[in-house]
Each structure stands twice: as C-alpha cells, then as structure tokens.
Design a protein. Sequence first.
Length: 490
Amino acid sequence: MNIVESHVKYCISLNPDFNDLDKNYLTNRVLALVGESASTILGSDNHLDNLELLIKIAQQNKKITNDSSQIQILAAQLMDLSTPSPSKTNQIFWKKYQLNPQNATNWFYHLNCANNYIQTRSIAKNQHFWAHSSFGDLEITINLAKPEKDPKKIAKMLKRHSENQYPQCKLCFENEGYQGREDYPARSNHRLIRFKLGNKVWGFQYSPYVYFPEHAIFIDQVHEPMNISRKTFENLIEITQLFPDYFVGSNADIPIVGGSMLDHEHYQGGKHEFPMFKAPIIYNLKINNFPKVKAGIVKWPMSLIRLISPIPEQLIAVADIIRKSWLNYSDKSVNVRAFVNHERKHTITPIAHRQGNNYILEIVLRDNQTSEKYPDGIFHPHPNVQHIKKENIGLIEVMGLAILPGRLLSELQEVKKFLLHEDNQIASKHFLWAQYLRKKTTWNPQNVDPKLQQELGNVFTQILKDAGVFKLDLQGKEAFFKFCATFSQR
C-alpha cells in the first residue's frame, strides 16, 4: 500500500464524514497538498510516520519549504482530513455524553491525539519526575514542546489592541479550522465542543501540549479579558457538574500572578490529582451562617484556603466573601497591599474539584506588587531561582506541577559535569547554585541524576514559597490568621 493509500485509509477509519466512496476524492486532496510522486512511495502502519514522510515528499516536490510554520500548516491540513467536521464532532460528543460523560471525553481526547492536534510526539520528549518536599511530593516537567515566556511580554499582550487581528487570539472560536500563518499556529484540525455555561456559549477543547492527563481548556465564546468574580465560582462548579471526573480552575486575572493568556476568559481542567489536592487542612476556620461549609488553611507553600461542601450555593457564597475581603485587604507589616497608586494588586487563583458528594474550592491568594528589589514581582520567583524558572506562577504551578523551560535540558548536562568535576561549559547563571550543590553532598555518576532532580524540586518548593503571600514563618502565619479573621473564626 502506498503512503497516500495508507493515509486515506486512516482518515476514513477515523472520520465518519467519509467512507470508501470518498477514496478518490481524498487521494486527490492529499496529492494536491504533497505532490503526485507520493503515490509511488510505500506507506507505514503508523499514521504519524506517514505524516512525517508526506511532509518530506511535499518538501521534495517544492510544495512547501523547510520553514516550521509551513510544515505545521501542511501537517494540520493533512490531519484535518481525518477529523470530523465541527458539527459532526459535536453531534458525536453529545450523543456519547447522554450515555456517559466520561465516554464522551474519552472519545474526544482520543480524537485529538489521533488527528495530531495534541502533539503526542513533541510531548513525549518532555521529562517528567517527582521530588519530595515537606508539603508532599511535587511534580516536575521539563518542557521541550514550547518556548519559555517572559512575564513582561505577557503583560504587554494584555494591553495590545487586537481588534484588527484575525483570529483575535489563540483561544477564540475562530481558530477552529484556521489555516495558520508564519506568526500564528495552524489549526485546520482543531475542533471545539460547544456547551452552555450559565446563559452563555462556551467551548471545550484540549491543549495541543498537554501537561497532565486530558488537559482541557474551557473558553468563553466572547473575546474579553480574564475576570475573577462570583460568576467564576459559579462557572467552575457548573463545569465540575458537567464533567464530574475533571478538576477545573482559573488563572488569576492580572499580570505577573496570572497565566500567559490574560486577554480571553478561559479555564483549564482535566483528569488529574495534583499534589495540592492531597495537602491537608492544618487550621480549621468557622464561617458564620454557613454551617455546611468546612473551611481551613491548607499546608501548602502558597497561601491557600480550602472550602468543602455538598451544597454548591453555600460554597460559592463563602468563596465570594473571601474574594471580596482579599481584594481590599492590606497589611503593610508583611508587605501586603491591595492597591498601589490606585491600581488593584490583589486577586485569587480558584480551583474546583469533587470528592464523593462534596464540592471543593481551593482559593489561592495572589498579590502582583513589584518593587525596586523585586522588579519582576514581590510574590513571584525571586532572582536567586530565576536561573531555573522566571515565568509567571500560574494555575498549573500553583497546584504543584512545575513546568520548567526546555533550555534546562542542555544546561543541566553542564551542571552535572561540574558536579562530577568534569570539563564543562556551565552557564554563569547556574554557577552559584552548582557550587552550593557540590559542597552540599557527594556526587557520583550513579546518584547525579536522581539527586539533581530532587534539587530541582527543592528550587520549585522555594519558587512556590516566593509566590506565597503570607510566608511560612511565625509572622506570616499570624498575618494569615489576621486576614482570615475578616471573614471567619478559628
């Protein structure tokens, strides 16, 4: 079977829009994209191997160059043939959902992997491991699939005027089927599941670069900035009712402490139990007039309040009381200020998940002040850890999964050589850390990898502590209790 026949057979097997009557049509579509010489080349049983070979054939036939954007556009166009139309995708999803919500999400996730929208081969290159901490085991990923982002550039994106850009951002519904261009990703094989959230239309998709099982994104149809309000809690709870086996959370809605996409309202979720979810409540809080809500301060490096209740309405009400209290709360003794020059500095990172009959809301307090000493953010990774990570501490990191930049893979090889007293080209930014590590313990070829992974975990723990508003010393704990007293009793 030649490669075109293999690809066409795969498309028909995956896409119910097509059957054997469509073989000639699909063959001609593929040949038009890659060149007619493809019909003389043998195919593979693996659809991703076929995809890579079709791209090479297209380059040989001068259909595309070796430019990465042209390669991505062609790959998405070829895999779009294997993907049901948006209307058919939604029809299948909701038909399966009526029988079992988990069957529906399983099918949609598999489709996104099978049509290469989820970049499984790129993701497989990521390194993933666990590290111990006094807060429980933390997850670490060295991300080789996407470039590191600068927090200052993220803040500028929020202010950018994008009315004349199409699509306005990478989360807009208009991305569905978009061909892509040199400065914008290919989305021909992208599909969204539409659903009602409150009285608005939202979309549900998976991330192309999943960081955890079934890493989902829930997107407002309207292109408008992130905004944390009571409605956020209502939406998060409603999503956990629609998809009971998923958690869902929102990045903060202001720069430095938020995610990388602040100009379009969206949430992230998926099927994963994060380290934060396992952390215990260590101080109970009593919320007057809400006897069905259990509340408490959680043993976590960031400032975290957990709310648990079988009654969603009470949970939402208490969460909003905390949000409003925090928006206007200042305590200069611990450098906490709600406003600086009339600019709001406080927000939260909220996360919802379920446990049996209970709904759980995790409320993480955030403060995005900067200072002369900490120009990137007072409650942000401090300079002494930015050689490992300087990006915003967003929703995923808050929950205990570090997403470290891919540059570390090669840089840490030089650190390992330094620790083993071998010739090396260690980056200057890692030198002081590496010196400290070399003095700290004895290193050898057998222990260098696991020990260095643990040391990365130690740095991540410190990063989370840096991002914590109320520090873990006695003064910080007392200040945290003082804030909690504005809405509760101990």
